[in-house]
Design a binder for this molecule. Sequence first.
Ligand SMILES: Cc1cc2nc3c(=O)[nH]c(=O)nc-3n(C[C@H](O)[C@H](O)[C@H](O)COP(=O)(O)OP(=O)(O)OC[C@H]3O[C@@H](n4cnc5c(N)ncnc54)[C@H](O)[C@@H]3O)c2cc1C
Length: 399
Amino acid sequence: MEFGFSREQLDFRTEAEDFVRGELPPDWDQKAIWWPGGYGTIPEMETAFEDFSRAFLKKLGAKGWLGLSWPEEHGGQASMIKQAILGDVLSYYRAPAGGVAVSIAAPTIILAGDQELKREFLPRIAAGEAGFWLGYSEPNAGSDLAALKTSAVADGDEYVINGQKIWSSGAHVTEYAWLMAKTDFDAPRHKSATLMIVPNDAPGLTIRPIINICGFHSFNEVFFDEVRIPKKYVVGQVNRGFYNVMLALQFERLAVGVGAFRRVLEELVQFARETEVGGEPLSGKPDVRAKLARMAIELEVFYTLYWQTAFMLETGRVPEQEASALKLMGTELGVLFAQSAVDVLGPFGLLDTASKWAPMAGRIALGYLDSISGPIGAGTSEIQRTIIATRGLGLPRGE
Ligand SMILES: Cc1cc2nc3c(=O)[nH]c(=O)nc-3n(C[C@H](O)[C@H](O)[C@H](O)COP(=O)(O)OP(=O)(O)OC[C@H]3O[C@@H](n4cnc5c(N)ncnc54)[C@H](O)[C@@H]3O)c2cc1C
């Protein structure tokens, strides 16, 4: 057993760190909140950072780093480990990483899309020019996605889409919907929906903001009223949408922002070293030390699972159970980190960005609020545990 990175991988990390540090604005740390594990404070989804995010992604694209894991025939380096290293570095600096386009749309198009779709979308995703949002959830279809009602009806060379999506993160700062729509109302539920791409500027598509618990506009509700798309924008086979969504899921799971946890822990340790309460250093308090130690241990386990999942993908194995475990652990770790951080900061942990007295740019108070979104978004913790129990452990599916 060999446990470590190659020289090339270590050099790549250094190059990535130098690059990101050189590109971020000087006040980025004061402004970008991004609570690890949460979905409501990701800078890339905020209009305030839109211009910077787009420019930064184009620079990542120019370096060939948005498609690191893609096969060489599509301009990639076929390296999941490098992608995982880059993900670690980008999230550590709370920098844009390409979101749904990079972690879901591109891998699915590569695996399931036809040549025309690959030619049209892969180069633009690789260049940081085509952003996607995820159009799965509906007001009455979340965990039970197969209950979705948004319809796509064939009409000549086109599909006509009607319906509504909700909790659509980043729809307001991207170009395309990665949409699941019902295409066969008579088929069994899991063979009734199709994955398709819908340009946000298609006539009949309306995006309305939803302001999240932190006060940010991170998600939306999106309405489809007789929206027409060419049939060539179907991804994979018609009525095989659920199969393709499952296929892509394992790649999405590496997008867990592992570095953002490391950063928060470092900042908290520094805060505990530098802060005195009643003339005593915070770092000397047993409960503070115990909390920081627990965070460090949990983070180490999380990292191990992260690298293991990347290694499995790199060597052609399917990390189904590991992928669910990563999602589950990362988002629940986000809650643990938030609760521990508030405890470590004491009353200061309740101050958000509006207060000049707030430590760590008010990140802790907002993170506490955002942390509850993690175990819900992208498949709840209960659903992840069910996947691990059934597909991982082979237990029978419950009622
Ligand atoms: C911040 C945030 C961002 C999001 N972004 C997007 C996005 O970009 N695109 C998108 O399509 N969706 C998005 N979502 C929606 C998210 O995917 C759904 O909220 C999630 O799948 C749960 O669905 P639901 O809200 O309908 O809850 P429900 O499915 O109604 O679940 C309610 C509760 O019941 C539990 N439950 C449900 N079914 C089972 C079961 N079979 N066994 C055990 N427990 C069960 C759930 O775990 C949960 O605790 C986002 C959500 C959040 C919070």
